[in-house]
Design a protein around this ligand. Structure first.
Ligand code: CO
Length: 150
């Protein structure tokens, strides 16, 4: 019987951890004019996870006007964007296996949306982070600050 009790305890603890983790939701859109609708995204200090939803409100296809949402340290993002331009759509225009990319969504076209949920535990409260679109040429126009309140 003891293993059954342990099993129940394990389930309960897993459930309790899940229940207490706070997921904060963020939304951003991209359009056919190579613009996000926000230049800053802020999450409160008590958020454990973030669910980020990107909606492409334009009409152009992904090959012509692809948008994604990539998160990196502000000190890294330009270099990632420049290196990624040659990586091709199959790699979402991101350098392969680049650990400087903290998280990124899929690359989408007009009328599509995508979301991603990620843990904030590896990120620094009050740290300097930037989000951007890695589609070639978009990063200069499509970027903003990601702020975790401290
Ligand atoms: Co884009």
């Amino acid at each position: 019987m003891k293993w059954i009790t342990s099993l129940f305890a394990a389930f309960f603890l897993a459930f309790a951890a899940q229940a207490s983790a706070k997921t904060c939701e963020l939304e951003i859109t991209g359009n056919d004019q190579i613009q996000y609708d926000k230049s800053k995204l802020t999450v409160a200090a008590d958020c454990d996870k973030v669910k980020l939803t990107l909606e492409h409100v334009g009409k152009l296809p992904v090959k012509q006007m692809g948008h994604n949402w990539v998160l990196a340290k502000t000190s890294d993002w330009k270099s990632i964007a420049q290196t990624g331009q040659g990586a091709g759509l199959e790699n979402d225009y991101l350098p392969k296996d680049d650990e400087r990319v903290i998280v990124h969504t899929d690359m989408i076209g007009g009328g599509q949306s995508t979301s991603i949920t990620f843990d904030l535990s590896g990120l620094e409260k009050g740290g300097d982070y930037t989000f951007f679109c890695s589609f070639p040429g978009h990063w200069a126009l499509m970027n903003g600050k990601f702020v975790i309140e401290s």
